[in-house]
Design a protein around this ligand. Sequence first.
Ligand SMILES: Nc1ncnc2c1ncn2[C@@H]1O[C@H](COP(=O)(O)OP(=O)(O)OP(=O)(O)O)[C@@H](O)[C@H]1O
Ligand SMILES: [Mg+2]
Length: 883
Amino acid sequence: MAETDAAPGTGRLPGPREAPAEVTAGAADGAALTPLQLMRRLASGPRGLTEAEADTRLARDGENTVPAWYTPTWPRRFLRSLRDPFTAVLLCLGLVSAAVASWGTACVITVLVGVSCVLRSSGEAHAGRAMAALREMVATTATVQRRPDDDAAPRAREIPVEELVVGDVVRLGPGDLVPADLRLLRASGLTVHQATLTGESTPVAKYAVDDPPDVGDADPPHLCFQGSSVASGSGTGLVVATGADTRFAAAYRALGRRRAETAFDRSVHGIAWTLIRFMLLTPPLVLMANAAVRGRGLETLPFAVAVAVGLTPEMLPVVVTATLARGAARLAATGGVIVKRLPALHDLGAMQVLCLDKTGTLTQDRPVVERSVDARGRPDPGVLRWAAVGSFWTLELAELPAPDTLDEAVLAAADEAGADPLAHDGVAALPFDPVRRLAAAVVRRPGALGVHTLVVKGAAEDVLARCARARSDGADTALDDAERARLLDTVARETDEGLRLLAVAVADRPARTGEYRECDLRGLTLLGFVALRDALAPTAADALGVLARRGVRVKILTGDHPGTAARACRDLGLDPGEVLTAGALAQLDGPALAAAVDGATVVARCAPADKARIVAALRGAGQVTGFLGDGVNDVPALHAADVGITPRGAVTVAREGADVVLAEKDLTAIGRAVAAGRYSSGSLAAYLRITLSSNLGNVLAMLGAGLLLSFLPMLPAQVLVQNLCFDAAQLAFALDRPGDGVLRGPAALRPRAFLRFITVFGLINAAADVATFAALAVALHTAGAGGEEVFHAAWFTENLFTQALVMLLLRAGHLTVRGRPGPVPCAAAALAVIGLLLPLSPLGPALGLAAPPPLYYALLAAVLALYGTALAAARRRYLPGTR
Ligand SMILES: Nc1ncnc2c1ncn2[C@@H]1O[C@H](COP(=O)(O)OP(=O)(O)OP(=O)(O)O)[C@@H](O)[C@H]1O
Ligand SMILES: [Mg+2]
């Protein structure tokens, strides 16, 4: 409910354009053309646009805004706040009142709705601005190929995606967000996630074609759409549509937000909807009870409506938005954490399990080659040389915008050792893919005519599975299962030292012109291993310690070897216990999978889908689950989690998909984020607890009194004025900071437990009201005076006093902030003053209130003292250790 809707914002409406038609093709229009025809039509070329031409087009066509969070206008915001379910129920009640000509009630309800809508839309506007500023800090870029002028050679450079224009030539690499609709000119092992467009969760292969297949295909293989993201491989594409013209923009409008229910929805939304059901039930119940017991008819309807209104926490959306926005702004300013989706702050506080990837999150992802050995474990620089040939030609031929850190490390080490990958000629490349866990290049060896050499490097298990022989001392020996097992043992021993191992294998094939595919990578000869060391992130151990103290369980889901992961775990002070591999869990799903990973700390050799599956299973088992990762292989899990967290240096698509971005390279920020989430959830929980239990108490008392008395216990207008006072006072919770007790454990609000709580406290509250009744009877009897007005005034005063008391007693934390009273105590004091003075003021008679006799106040003090004692006792039982 605090969420701002997302919609594509291009700042202008799609409409007829001034531009010449041939330069602005939509993705689908050009799909049937050959790349050359299309380039001619878009007045571009394989070398890209010149900077000047790009500027002209940008000025003409406007910015290419990715479906960002746009800021709705004021009237729209106001209308949207009317759509809030509480407001809708209030409006219905208002209509009912108008229908029975109860104009006073109808007017007060209109005022209530108006006030809460204004508060809500201004709160949202404020939160929206704060969020936009935060999201600005993690803006997205694209790699574009442009020329400084007509004669210059093209240069690849990063620009903000907003500056892309039709005709630009863009490069894509793993983890990039497709920045606009593209026609592929070249592609190498390219697969993209386009779940946002098609709902399909597995990556789809994309490739360049010269003669496009039939037009109108829903998912043409040679087009990549804005909003999808690169899962593996690389490509170069021509921008065919930007901004509002992209297919994503159109699809996005229809789709809305696709997120599954998160912890926030389950708790705050869950509670809200339970309440709405109660509210709708209340008027008919009141009517029926009054008809049955007192024989009253429809004349009790305004009262019944007022009672239902009394139950409504109208300020809930306002308090939620304001609390979360305030928490997020503070966290960004002081904690180095950017919350991109407001409810994620609540989910951070509620998080019970945090799954992390290892590489780049717990380690620095700056691997350094430590040694290179042959299949027998003896030092062999030749293995590193071959690995470098593979790395170099994969990067070169796949045109990756940036090298992978492992490849970078291999190339740096080979360079130092004086190897020259250029001595070979590259033919083809299959870039790294986190599912296959290997990369391959096809090269021509100098002097070896008619022969193509495949160079394969990757995870030891996966490369070994494709090897038929192993080479040592220049001689090849056949690899049987026993030998494979021995080699894997050796690898496991090395990983125990914390090393990451890449296996390197080659194979000679007769030269050919056809494409190389994954199935060609068989019958290889293992050359040996390159061992790399990746130092731990300096703050990782501290961060894990903080999480443990805060009661968040940590699990490591990594694509790396179980040994390397276990060693990293131990070095960080975390007991790895039994290390699982994703392969062993392949058959499990749902609760069985959740149970299997429940006791484990490390699950290794996870493909991207495995990480997502495990996260989803944990969530399915009722655990509020976060995921922290930085790579392409983490994206599905980031989406699957209640709260997806990413460090700032993460790949674009991870940052784009995450709910929370750690702005600094400091993992301890996660501890601060969790704390901020818990403070915010703590404020919300206190607000809900207090508001709902006193609302419920008042309603119960009013129902009972309505049946006992011969007149209405409160006039509808009085109920509503009282309600207005409560609402105003409750806004203080948005400014409140609860006590440090909230930091002790995850702060998930469970609707069931919560409803039990408010029932207990509601009953105590109702009991206080009944006691007031008795006090009043005694006082009136003694004073020999009475009447409805005195009763109403007495009850009004008592209600405001009990509300003030509840606000003080059911809230955790100190009453003062830096020596001054905090917002909640101030609001409670204001309530008490109004409760005391309003019936005595000139406004009193206007509302039908008359001053009670002095004895009543003395008795009220006694009732309040008793009530306070009962609250304190119940609090010790239901809210242990909250202060
Ligand atoms: N560029 C590469 N070329 C060849 N093999 C690679 C390359 N990058 C990674 N690998 C191999 O694939 C394995 C899995 O890599 P992946 O990127 O899925 O996970 P990771 O980065 O090791 O771990 P994490 O999931 O913790 O980030 C690595 O352990 C490594 O053996
Ligand atoms: Mg990673």
